[in-house]
Design a protein around this ligand. Structure first.
Ligand SMILES: [Zn+2]
Length: 248
């Protein structure tokens, strides 16, 4: 307001987790300090402006659909699945331009589907969630267990290109479980486009070997849905949050 002289009517706010429909409190956030807190009301009170809170992966999917890569390559797409693979794993589903929030506010939350027990315990209290296998920290943990050496994911990925043993093991495992986990989503919502955001979304391997792996698990002979990188970069969540305000 100080700079532009303008004042927003509404503020859209993207966050991990979702608002519990019954209590109005945040739940399922991997920023666990938010959980059980009335974040939307607190923000609205502090800012003196109505605040709409939405899951960050839903904001991402909404933004890439309306303003990003989906609009560019497949503007007629009726079903879009936005994946976040980074420190956590989340997802958002957009159907005919609208986010599917769902009965429990967990529409698209494939990160906490069961994938494989080897992932170990998840912050959500369950074991073997997609997030415990496919997130950046999960891959680094697997690499450390196999090699005894601590490395960050970008370095592991570079080592993979050099065909170093433990990096190849880690990436082979990523490809295998990426195929398995995403195939479940495709069999259920059969999206036209899948957009992969988050730190892992930059990794070429997901669009080549990862896509190829999907063929083994989906209920179809080929994979026709487009699997693409996002266009809006780190700003996607912000565009999506702004789009929430525009709908009202
Ligand atoms: Zn979990």
């Amino acid at each position: 307001k100080k700079v532009s002289g303008l004042e927003p009517d509404i503020i859209g706010f993207g966050t991990p987790g979702t608002i519990d429909a019954e209590s109005g409190l945040i739940k399922n956030s991997n920023s666990i300090c938010y959980n059980g807190k009335p974040l939307q009301d607190d923000l609205g009170d502090q800012l003196g402006i109505p605040v709409i809170l939405e899951n960050d992966a839903n904001c991402f999917a909404l933004a890439e659909t309306h303003f990003g890569i989906v609009r560019e390559i497949d503007p007629g797409a009726s079903v879009v699945f936005g994946i976040i693979m980074g420190t956590g794993v989340g997802g958002g589903i957009v159907v005919e331009g609208q986010v599917i929030k769902g009965k429990h506010g967990i529409g698209g939350e494939w990160g906490h589907n069961y994938l494989d027990g080897s992932g170990g315990k998840c912050y959500c209290g369950r074991t073997g969630c997609v997030e415990t296998v496919l997130s950046g920290p999960a891959l680094e943990k697997y690499y450390f267990r196999a090699s005894g050496i601590e490395k960050k994911l970008p370095e592991i990925y570079r080592d993979y290109a050099k065909e170093k043993k433990y990096a190849v093991l880690t990436m082979d495992r990523l490809v295998h479980f990426f195929g398995k986990a995403v195939a479940v989503v495709i069999n259920i919502i059969d999206p036209d486009v899948i957009v992969i955001g988050g730190g892992l979304g930059n990794m070429e391997i997901l669009y080549t070997r990862g896509k190829e792996e999907l063929r083994k698990y989906i209920f179809n002979h080929s994979v026709f849905c487009k699997i693409v990188r996002p266009k809006l970069g780190d700003s996607a969540g912000v565009f999506g949050a702004a789009a929430l305000g525009m709908k009202v």
